[in-house]
Design a protein around this ligand. Sequence first.
Ligand code: MN
Length: 244
Amino acid sequence: MEWLFDPPSRPSLAIAGSSKRFAVRRIWCVGRNYRAHVQEMGGDPQRDTPIFFAKPSDAILQVASGEFGQLPYPPHTADFHYEAELVVAIGQAGHNIAAEAAHAHVIGYAVGLDMTRRDAQRVAKAGGHPWELAKSFDHSAVIGELHLATEVGHRHDGKLALSVDGTARQSADLSEMIWNVPLIVAHLSRWVALAPGDLIYTGTPEGVGAVTVGQRLYASIDHLGSLAVQVVAPKSLATQADAA
Ligand code: MN
C-alpha cells in the first residue's frame, strides 16, 4: 500500500516487568466519579448514569517509573488543573458487557493524570458547549507504567494520592468511586464497542487544583507505582506540529 503521507506512529505504553508494549486505541474518561469532587465542582452526586468524555490517543504522555516527565503548560489557559486517576486498560473486545463479566476485559491498570483547562471547561459548561478543548489537548493524558492484572490483580481499593511540590493535595481510596470499574465498563460498553488498546480514566477525587510552570506533580496508587512530572514552559504549537 502506498500512503499519501507517512502514517502517524501509534501511541503505546510501556508495561511494568515486560518488554511488550500496549498499543493505545481510544482514551475514554469518566467525569464526576467521587462524591466530594462532584461537590467541590458544584454538582450533584446523585445520578443515574456516569458521564463520559474522550481524549485523542496521541494526547498520551507516558512517564516511566523513576523518571521526571516534562509536561508543557498548554496554551489558552490560566487555570491548568491536575486530576489524579486510576486508569483501566482494556485487553479484550466487547459490547454490552455485564458488570459481573467486566474484569475479563480489563488487562491492567495505571496511575494517570487527566490534565484540564479548568477555565475553558467552566466557560463551556456555562454556555452548554462541549468540554472538548478543556480536556482533549496535547499531553493532557499523563500516565505511568501499565501494570498487568495478572501481576497486580484487579484493583477495587487502595490509596490514590497526589502531591504538588511535596504538599499533599489529593488523597482518597479507590473504593470511594461512585461507579466502580465493572460498572464503568458495563455502562461505557452499552454506548461504544470496547477493544484492546482502549484506556479509561476513571475520575478524580476532591482536591483538584491549578499548577504553574516549574511545579512538580507526584501521583501514586497502591500496587500501581507512581508517576512524577514537572510542568515546563509552553511548547509552541508550531514545534509540536513539526514533531508530529
Ligand atoms: Mn477527570
